[in-house]
Ligand binder design. Structure first.
Ligand SMILES: NC(=O)c1ccc[n+]([C@@H]2O[C@H](COP(=O)([O-])OP(=O)(O)OC[C@H]3O[C@@H](n4cnc5c(N)ncnc54)[C@H](O)[C@@H]3O)[C@@H](O)[C@H]2O)c1
Length: 360
């Protein structure tokens, strides 16, 4: 009844479809779902904070589908061999509550965050932008670089990370992408000088100052991805005073975004309104625009529906085995009886109805 997609399945999906195509498809799905914004039941995500990081639940629903993501953020994890961000998610049928898909979302989060950044930049960056500073060269960085290359035509990326090994990894991973030039930089200031777009995607559970106002030039678009939690920011507040700021879901971004540093009346525009033509985006070539990205549940809903459709089309995934498949839905006890008679070695002989039916 439910399909399970592992990280290997999603990697196979990306290899089959190609990464540029997946980024383009996801950007299209996200844009289409943002245009249906009023149809969704939305809430700020539920966060559980600890000294080391945060664990969050991100639900959203429309009339047909309910989804949620489980995601963490532990910036010190790479020191013990774990990713900073790990995630999984569920897509369920609203009419019955059946969880149709249970999927890995670690790789998928990197894809959907990059696609979301590209959707925002397409609406807000200066047309003809060709260069980008990429500050923070960890797990998300290749996906950000490729989304801006393939969806916006960025061909010149200046990369900086506190840890030169991260920059070496990024440059090596993308060395063979045709038409994309990556230049390692010795500082964030060097990376940002003259760039059309600046992406900050660092991880530190602190009020960090990755960008100061003196690094911001007229007409830049800022894509601030790493400031996404209370007490975890990347921009000096003077940068926010200089920029026109666009957000995903305002009630969540007020708590989690770089704008947590600003008073409650600091003006922001929800991006869906720009996409829908209800609010202006960039007003002129000299304006500094900021996408204060924190990651919103709707992006994961879009991604989960894309995964469900793609898995069905490509024959990926396996039965999750998480929901009892019963001949008589009121006879749950039959499972206990069957396993008692068969024991731990054998199969549970409960007559099954159709199984592994991924959402229509
Ligand atoms: N907005 C969203 O939707 C979204 C989605 C996913 C991840 N994120 C955030 O993006 C950030 C990056 O995630 P990741 O998975 O790439 O983490 P990661 O740990 O793999 O990489 C982070 C990199 O930032 C570097 N860094 C830390 N402080 C720095 C500084 N002051 N200057 C330059 N580099 C610095 C680290 O050395 C590391 O290489 C995290 O903060 C994460 O929470 C946001």
């Amino acid at each position: 009844m439910s399909t399970l997609l592992t990280t290997k399945d999603v990697a196979t999906l990306i290899a089959t479809r190609t990464l540029p195509r997946c980024l383009e498809d996801l950007a299209g799905r996200i844009r289409a779902d943002f245009l249906r914004w009023p149809e969704f039941e939305k809430s700020a995500r539920l966060a559980s904070h600890s000294k080391q990081g945060v664990i969050e639940l991100m639900p959203v629903a429309d009339a047909d589908f309910y989804s949620f993501k489980y995601v963490n953020g532990h910036p010190q994890n790479p020191h013990i061999g774990l990713p900073t961000v790990m995630a999984l998610g569920v897509l369920a049928d609203v009419a019955t509550g059946i969880p149709l898909l249970v999927s890995e979302l670690t790789l998928t989060t990197a894809l959907r965050t990059a696609a979301m950044s590209a959707v925002a930049a397409q609406a807000l960056a200066r047309p003809g932008a060709r260069s980008m500073a990429l500050i923070g060269n960890g797990a998300q960085s290749e996906f950000q670089a490729l989304a801006f290359h393939h969806l916006l035509g960025i061909n010149d990326i200046r990369a900086y990370d506190l840890d030169p090994a991260a920059t070496r990894k990024l440059v090596a991973n993308l060395a063979r992408v045709p038409g994309l030039r990556l230049r390692p930089c010795a500082s964030a200031a060097e990376a940002t000088r003259g760039a059309d777009i600046v992406t900050t995607v660092t991880a530190d559970k602190a009020y960090a100052t990755i960008l100061t106002a003196d690094m911001v030039e007229d007409g830049m678009h800022l894509n601030a991805v790493g400031g996404d939690c209370p007490g975890k920011t990347e921009l000096h507040r003077d940068v926010l005073l200089r920029a026109s700021t666009f957000v995903e879901y305002e009630p969540q971004t007020r708590i989690e975004g770089d704008i947590q540093q600003m008073p409650a009346d600091y003006p922001v525009t929800e991006l869906w309104r720009v996409l829908a033509g209800q609010a202006p985006g960039r007003r002129d070539a000299g304006e500094v625009t900021l996408f204060d990205s924190v990651g919103f549940a709707l992006e994961d809903y879009s991604a989960l529906r894309y995964l469900a459709d793609s898995a069905r089309e490509l024959g990926l995934g396996q039965p999750a085995g998480l929901i009892p498949d019963l001949a008589d839905p009121r006879d749950l006890y039959a499972l206990v009886e069957a396993s008692r008679t068969v024991g731990v070695q054998g199969e549970v002989a409960v007559p099954a109805r159709d199984s592994h039916a991924l959402c229509a």
